[in-house]
Design a protein around this ligand. Structure first.
Ligand code: MSP
Length: 654
């Protein structure tokens, strides 16, 4: 029998910088939904990828002195790149599309040509404002205080010959789709679209550019490249083989069941994308869901604000599953949520270490202690004491499904944790340690433990989409064969054999010392923030004047002393002779590359008129200069600039 299909996508990511926890939020959510649907028995196609064209990438590549292709290759598949991150986060995507893939580019060209030939795209002239960061053209009326309405940055005048898509022609149908169907959720996003865009009237959309070249060429007019959003949005069909021969499952999976996207790109998915599909006469996706942002200190995370949270650091410290769990458990999916390290640790401690971890470790420990790990067949139920837990656990799947189908994973997990908490209470009510003292109560004790294991099993199945690896370990500990833990069995009480044998194993979710951890995280963040500086300087303008150069004071400096900064993995503290009356203290994040002892006595180069700043509670009065070298494995290594000793300390460089 043909299984029912489910096609789910994430947005495709801009490889302009390393991704942060906000990006991981959307992909983890999509992964959890994909795993949930697979658990339900669907044949799932889960697509993610990267959106690699546009002026921003072209500019960044130029600043970095590499080709745009080299630039994106490094961020997508280099060390700690996007592919590495998704592997680390255990993302189970079935396909990964890159908009620089040949087959995708071929499809985009064919789509553009077809729309042109049928008159939905025409040639005109664009006069307006352009925001380089958002790659978006705006009309004067769309600007907010003269700035880009999306990011608030400056816009510039732009005029160019361009192709236009007849978006206005589809305005009525798009409005109908948004207002009269459940195409876009949550409903609040429909109001945003209507008030901010549809009511203002949809103008035709400029869909080609001539001012830069890093894009997909319009094949019948090669000085134009296709607008990045037309390029990017069409990935959802191209990656199934639409207008290319790389894949051939378009008929199997299109229309998509769910496009999950962040709120700021709902406009593209709920207005432009359906209009393009209408023009192509293709079925529309069944659902676009616009989730909220993960905020930090009430604002959006972004590299330029210098407030990004690194998923590698968090996954490394607390485990991938705990991080995945936190993201989905804590924040209602449709609205913004405020990230904090404290909230992360508290959630792990309360839900995973206390509630779930305790249930598993207490139950398996008692089964080990009282029955050598194998429950006896002779068991005695007690309707009065058992019925509440059994009813709650048996009905759990239905309540969980209801929440998951309404894009409320946090509510689904709420239901699971209510059952886990009830099970912990059941232990206290039944007092197994008292039962264990009377031989005639052993059948009752065995049944109490059985009920606890069975409850844990059901909860384990339903938590699998969020914490796949940990739940496998949990099944092994409670003696449940992993392959039998199906969606069906989550609704059937009594699936574990009566004489189940358990194996107490490692503590699945150790408790975290909140105070200690917060201090360490803060300490880890300080040098990271310090190191963010050089990367941002790499984006300097192409030329500076000699006057600009003269403003920077470089001198030769002799290392008098050097030691590691306590609690920092990266910072070294230098005491330097810079030819001044007093030695100078400078901190440098190079401990990964040098041991302090080997640097004493060396002559290095220091910038001495950089504004002093505090790192890890210590002052740094300047900066040591290093060369950044890319290693064959894609990582970067810093080499401190050293002189051969013929030049004494305190000489200026020119
Ligand atoms: N390239 C476009 C998407 C094209 S889809 C055809 C893009 N890329 S992005 O890398 O900037 O963002 C990808 C996704 O990450 C977006 O859905 C965005 O909302 C999400 N997030 C980026 N920062 C985020 C948070 N701080 N919180 C939650 N999601 C956020 O847009």
């Amino acid at each position: 029998m043909n299984r029912k299909k489910f096609y789910i996508t994430t947005p495709i990511y801009y490889p302009s910088d390393k991704l942060h926890i906000g990006h991981a939020y959307c992909t983890v959510a999509a992964d959890a939904v994909a795993r949930y649907k697979r658990l339900q028995g669907y044949d799932v196609m889960f697509l993610t990828g990267t959106d690699e064209h546009g002026q921003k990438i072209e500019q960044k590549a130029k600043a970095a002195g590499v080709t745009p292709q080299q630039f994106v290759d490094n961020i997508v598949s280099g060390k700690d790149g996007i592919l590495d991150l998704w592997k680390l986060m255990n993302i189970s995507n079935d396909r990964f599309v890159r908009t620089t893939d040949d087959y995708h580019m071929e499809s985009v060209q064919k789509i553009f040509r077809r729309l042109y030939e049928q008159g939905d795209i025409y040639k005109g002239k664009y006069v307006g404002k352009y925001c380089t960061d958002c790659e978006a053209f705006w009309t004067e009326t769309q600007l907010v205080d003269g700035k880009c309405p999306d990011c608030g940055r400056e816009v510039k005048d732009a005029e160019e010959e361009a192709y236009f898509f007849r978006l206005s022609k589809y305005a009525g149908r798009v409005r109908d789709l948004l207002v009269n169907t459940d195409f876009l959720e949550p409903r609040s996003r429909v109001n945003e679209m209507v008030n901010n865009f549809l009511d203002a009237g949809l103008e035709d959309l400029c869909v080609s550019r001539t001012s830069f070249s890093w894009g997909i060429m319009v094949d019948f007019d090669p000085k134009h490249v296709v607008y990045v959003w037309v390029d990017a949005l069409s990935n959802y069909i191209n990656a199934l083989g639409y207008e290319n021969s790389k894949y051939d499952d378009y008929d199997d999976y299109w229309p998509a069941d769910l496009h999950l996207v962040g709120k700021e790109i709902v406009r593209f998915h709920a207005i432009i994308w359906p209009a393009l599909l209408m023009a192509l006469d293709l079925p529309l996706p069944k659902k676009v869901f616009g989730h909220g942002w993960l905020l930090l200190d009430g604002g959006k995370m972004s590299k330029s604000r210098g407030n990004v949270v690194d998923p590698y650091v968090l996954a490394g410290r607390y485990g991938v599953d705990a991080l995945r769990f936190f993201l989905m458990r804590t924040f209602p999916f449709g609205t913004d949520g405020n990230f904090s390290n404290e909230l992360l640790i508290q959630t792990i401690n309360t839900d995973l270490a206390n509630d779930l971890g305790n249930l598993v470790s207490r139950t398996t420990a008692m089964a080990g202690k009282y029955f050598d790990g194998v429950l006896p067949a002779d068991q005695r139920a007690d309707g009065n004491l058992d019925s509440d837990l059994l009813a709650l656990a048996s009905g759990l799947r239905g309540r969980y499904e209801e929440a998951m189908e309404h894009f409320a994973p946090h509510k689904a997990m709420d239901e699971v944790f209510k059952v886990i908490q009830r099970a912990n209470k059941y232990i206290d009510e039944n007092k197994p340690w008292v039962l264990a003292k009377s031989p005639e109560e052993l059948p009752r004790l065995a049944h109490v433990l059985y009920n606890l294991l069975e409850t844990t099993r059901i909860c384990g199945i339903l938590l699998t989409p969020f914490m796949p690896e940990s739940m496998e370990k949990l099944f092994a500990q409670i003696g449940a064969a992993a392959e039998q833990q199906t969606w069906e069995s989550a609704a059937r009480w009594g699936e574990l054999p009566r004489t189940v044998s358990v194996r107490k194993g490692e503590n699945l979710f150790p408790r975290i010392d909140l105070e200690k951890e917060l201090k360490e995280l803060e300490a880890a963040a300080a040098p990271a923030a310090a190191e963010a500086k050089p990367a941002e300087q790499a984006e300097a303008p192409a030329f500076i004047t000699i006057d600009d150069f003269d403003k920077v004071k470089f001198v030769t400096a002799k290392v008098l002393a050097c030691e590691a900064v306590p609690k920092s993995k990266k910072l070294l503290k230098f005491t330097l002779d810079c030819g001044e009356s007093e030695p100078r203290q400078i901190l440098s994040g190079i401990h990964e590359y040098y041991e302090p002892e080997e640097l004493v006595g060396k002559t290095v180069v220091a910038c001495t008129n950089l504004a002093p700043r505090k790192m890890m509670g210590q002052m740094s009065n300047g900066m040591l200069i290093s060369a950044v070298k890319e290693e064959p494995d894609g990582s970067e290594k810093l080499h401190l600039l050293m002189l051969d000793g013929k030049v004494p300390a305190g000489y200026g460089l020119c």
